[in-house]
Design a protein around this ligand. Sequence first.
Ligand code: ZN
Length: 262
Amino acid sequence: MKFLDRFFDKALEQAAARSDKLAAQARAETPGFDPAALQRLRDKSVLVIGAGGLGTAAAPFLAAAAVPYLQICDFGGVESETLASTPFYNRADIRRRKVEVVANRLNRQRPETQVHALAARSDEDFLDRRLPNLSIVVDATGDPATQQATNASCRRHSTPWVVGQVSGAGGWYTTLRPDTDGGPCLACLADERSATEVDDRPYPAALAGMVGSAMAMAALRVLMEDEDPVSGTPLVHRVDAYGQHWEVTPAERRENCPVCGC
Ligand SMILES: [Zn+2]
């Protein structure tokens, strides 16, 4: 058994070294970013929660930037309705677990990124076990209960996170920084969010693509330390799919917030 353990440990080490080398090479060839900022990605790990329209828009762009460790969490399978919300899946994927499809496809296309599938429901227990080893969370579930759990856990572990939502013809996202002092949490924004509150209306896949890819870029900015977390006021970015314009409003901390207020 010990021999086998050593064998597997060695194989894992070799795979990690191979992936590190590929990631360094991919980062060196990634256009549009400052090379020094890209270097800061080398030991970063990202958890994307949700493998629907938003998650399958965000994850490929994180892999395309050669983020070395990417975990994708979702407990659902691909259904025929899923195909309308994202171009990522195809008919052959129906009845397969979403996370397995995402991990298999991205690991094949982007060997420089190690993508791990987590077929699980994300709640506070799940997050509390994982957050100590993560650099950032991207909550792409669009589910209010999951978002609140992510908010509470990220607050507890001082982990930055990006959250977004699409429904009908509108969507929004924001970056929250509990790793810095004074920033708002998701519950602070409850009143502001009510205007675009969650509902079950179907959304165009292109809208999820716009918001999900913007969420990936927001996560990359945090990972590359491209923004000043102290002076930068968090912003809520809202988009109307048909008007095609983004509206940006500052996200303020609420004094009597039930989660982070004192
Ligand atoms: Zn708050």
